[in-house]
Design a protein around this ligand. Structure first.
Ligand code: PGA
Length: 253
């Protein structure tokens, strides 16, 4: 299974900065074999990224999406708007959306459903806060987020899903999870799929680790048989740093 490494740019980069990044990263493409590389710019830069990556194997993802097809939803973006820009993936339920924008499990479930119906591959983010971790609730939180997001889906609907385990305390803090913690969360996630869906859904699932991933520590995550990639924030913003991270990941598998 190829690794999947996604750049989550969050609220960073103008169109001009996006074009600059994309035109440079294309030059490294030959060094990325065996890794599916994904750039998730802000909505405003998707079109610029799409043009700058034309003909490249680097794929595009969005950072969010609304579940309705269209309508009076000021400030929102629909699946068809993303598909028009040849977006293949969409990050759903990122902890910043859950904790800063109040996104709940119902909204996450609706978004996952719409993404799958439209052929967009969702990257579903799950992970516990520091407080939940201290209370020993990590397992319970992850299972609740997974059932909240996936209830009612048939196993074969989920073959295109990616799940990112992103402990909230590790995001943007420079304090990445240990390989042991990432491994046990990834195993928990895959076992959930085996129990609630079927072996096919569990085996085809790609699980990313996210939270302070950088070139210096990615080997400890993608070196695990339970983890197939990473969701990268801060270390994806500078093109040389991000390409070094991808190359370090390739060497680790
Ligand atoms: P970080 O962010 O790599 O800056 O910790 C990861 C994420 O939020 O997806």
């Amino acid at each position: 299974m190829d690794l999947i490494i996604a750049a989550n740019w969050k609220m960073h980069k103008t169109n001009a900065e996006t074009v600059q990044f994309c035109s440079v990263i294309r030059q490294f493409e030959d060094d990325f074999r065996g890794v599916e590389v994904l750039i998730c710019p802000p909505f405003t830069a998707l079109s610029a990224a799409e043009s700058a990556l034309k003909g490249s194997s680097i794929r595009l993802g969005a950072q969010n999406m609304h579940w309705e097809a269209q309508g009076a939803r000021t400030g929102e973006i629909s699946a068809s708007m993303l598909l028009e820009l040849r977006v293949g993936y969409v990050i759903i339920g990122h902890s910043e959306r859950r904790h800063l924008m109040g996104e709940d499990d119902n909204q996450v479930r609706n978004k996952i459903g719409t993404a799958l119906e439209n052929g967009l591959k969702p990257i579903l983010c799950v992970g516990e806060t520091e407080k939940e971790r201290e209370q020993g609730a990590t397992e319970e939180v992850i299972k609740k987020q997974l059932s909240g997001a996936l209830e009612g889906h048939a196993p074969q609907d989920l073959y295109n899903l990616v799940v990112a385990y992103e402990p909230v305390w590790a995001i943007g803090t420079g304090k990445a999870a240990s390989a042991e913690d990432a491994d046990s969360a990834a195993q928990l996630i895959r076992n959930f799929f085996r129990d609630k869906f079927d072996a096919g859904a569990a085996d085809s699932l790609r699980i990313q680790y996210g939270g302070s991933v950088k070139a210096e520590n990615i080997d400890s995550f993608v070196g695990l048989s339970s983890v197939q990639g990473a969701l990268v924030g801060g270390a994806s913003l500078e093109v040389n740093t991000f390409s070094s991270l991808i190359q370090a990941a390739r060497k680790a598998v």
